[in-house]
Design a protein around this ligand. Sequence first.
Ligand SMILES: Cc1cc2nc3c(=O)[nH]c(=O)nc-3n(C[C@H](O)[C@H](O)[C@H](O)COP(=O)(O)OP(=O)(O)OC[C@H]3O[C@@H](n4cnc5c(N)ncnc54)[C@H](O)[C@@H]3O)c2cc1C
Length: 411
Amino acid sequence: MSSDILVLGAGMVGVGTALALRQRGHAVTLVDRKAPGQETSYGNAGIIQREAVRPYAFPRDWRKLVQVALRRGNDVHYHAAGMPALATRLYRYWSHSAPRAYPGIAAAYAALIAHSLSEHAGWIRQADAEDLVKREGWMQGFRTPALFEQAGREAREAAQAHGLGCDLLDGEALAHRVPALRQRLAGAIHWRDPWAVNDPGELVARYAALFERMGGRLLRGDAASLRRQGAGWAVDTQEGPVQAAHAVLALGPWADAALVRFGYRFPLFVKRGYHRHYAGGATLDMPLLDVEQGVMLAPMRRGLRLTTGAEFAPIDAPPTPVQLAEAERSTRELVDLGQGVEAQPWLGARPCTADMKPVIGAAPRHPGLWFNFGHGHQGFTLGPASGRLVAELIGGETPYVDPRPYSPQRF
Ligand SMILES: Cc1cc2nc3c(=O)[nH]c(=O)nc-3n(C[C@H](O)[C@H](O)[C@H](O)COP(=O)(O)OP(=O)(O)OC[C@H]3O[C@@H](n4cnc5c(N)ncnc54)[C@H](O)[C@@H]3O)c2cc1C
């Protein structure tokens, strides 16, 4: 079998890429070892984060570092045994988070985030997925007044600089807006622009179904079989080998394993995260982040999904859902949580880069090989926007966003 372009990985990023390429008339084969949207793009908090103009920096405040090192907070956890292998990449992450480096990174990040809603909008409509999406934003809730005041000031500045809608709600206004809250909080920041998806995996599945309706081919196969063939690329699938002139690696947190085979060593790592659904208790009409506990409460079709913050550990290390246990305890103070739906929590891994920007563009030493991975905390948001960018680069179009900040050449 042959195709113009192979896309390896059918998470939000790979499916977004496949759609953008197919829209441009290429013959596209999308290959995954599972059905589309079954991995990280399934288990996230489902927010299309238009407000995420500042990527998550490594903490620079020594008090926060001590808190993390002593495991005193619940937003970050780590496996001590995994740290030596990660040390160099985390040092680079820390350096890129320095005040002199960070503003340029954030500006580049914001340039892509600015297109997140508009690039999703058309696909949501064409994929008949309006029933999954709510356009009322999401909230960051604070327990401590001083933290709320500081975060509120920063939010206002960001909103003004980037033309975002944001309301500050004091404790009383928040209690009125979210009647399910059992406890009076200091207040909340309501970001009005973002959209909340109540079944993120299903949105990816509907996008993939649209891709097939548009004439794209979706196959099961293992990206580990990707190889040079003549002037192009080939991969083995359940339907046999498929050849193409171009191949795009969109393997999310598994990109590193594929890259090593081709001799690339990028500063990639994962921040693992857990979720579990709870049903029979309170319902919320938009996601609410309990900022100080590092817990997102996201209303989903299966119940209230609690998602946890970052766990620094190898992708395949055994699960240690201590953050989720603490999240459940602290959330029961806030709302009637009901009963856990699944026996075991879901575990996934945010695909991160040391400079917080995704890797989008041509492989430096392999003609016809393209990269689109490393979207960290916002891959569900950025899949269609970065899919369009890589599709434009492959087709030789003038890119709609300056691609240089995301170039694989930077490593
Ligand atoms: C707890 C949590 C909450 C989050 N909340 C949000 C949020 O609210 N908003 C947001 O924008 N982002 C959020 N994120 C981040 C977001 O989920 C990820 O950035 C995004 O899903 C990454 O998409 P992806 O397509 O790159 O990776 P994935 O969705 O993981 O897709 C990679 C695909 O590659 C396939 N694959 C891997 N190896 C092979 C192989 N050898 N052969 C064939 N196929 C292979 C996998 O099966 C998978 O389908 C969250 C993440 C977590 C963990």
